[in-house]
Ligand binder design. Structure first.
Ligand SMILES: Cc1cc2nc3c(=O)[nH]c(=O)nc-3n(C[C@H](O)[C@H](O)[C@H](O)COP(=O)(O)O)c2cc1C
Length: 160
């Protein structure tokens, strides 16, 4: 099985889980990068981030090109923003027209919105097989516990 972990992370929580998952199952990993920066602090960050979700923005990705044909499984990770997934993940999905893959989803959040976020992701990713989903509450704050949760989840995906 050839697997790619794709994620966006603003404050490092989703990155922490993505790296743990990729390492556990020796998957390749790709951090989605954009050239436009969201403001770093406080209210501004929530305002700009929330606004870009609500307006359905698809910021231009500046990653090296990747050939998804070599992967049968794609694990997608995102922070929950305004009860949805982040704009760079939207860019990735719309750019690559992903079909016929095994897909697993994970999300970091502050306490709410993961269910809605997963439902929206699955809708955008129709035409694929969903093999798992899991969410984490601010995983860096409780790193040890969340790391083992991510490890067991990653292992369970290779059995499915
Ligand atoms: C613009 C913005 C919107 C957010 N919206 C939500 C939300 O709807 N529900 C929630 O539980 N957390 C929300 N959060 C908190 C993040 O999902 C949470 O801090 C997550 O762990 C951040 O992941 P990261 O460190 O990988 O960026 C929001 C954060 C930002 C910046």
């Amino acid at each position: 099985m050839s697997t790619l972990v794709v994620y966006f992370s603003y404050d490092g929580n989703t990155k922490f889980i993505a790296e743990t998952v990729a390492e556990t199952i020796s998957a390749n990993i790709m951090e989605l990068k954009i050239n436009k920066k969201y403001p770093a602090e406080g209210f501004q960050k929530y305002f700009w981030g929330g606004k870009s979700v609500i307006f359905g923005e698809k910021p231009k990705l500046i990653n090296e090109p990747v050939d998804l044909n070599q992967y049968d499984t794609i694990i997608i990770g995102t922070p929950v923003w305004a009860g949805s997934f982040t704009p760079p993940v939207k860019s990735f999905i719309s750019q690559f027209k992903i079909r016929g893959k095994r897909i697993a989803l994970f999300a970091s959040h502050g306490g709410g919105g993961a269910k809605k976020c997963f439902a929206k992701l699955k809708k955008e990713l129709s035409g694929n097989e969903f093999i798992g989903e899991i969410d984490f509450v601010e995983p860096k704050k409780n790193a040890e516990e969340n790391s083992s949760k991510a490890v067991s989840w990653a292992k369970s995906l290779t059995d499915s």
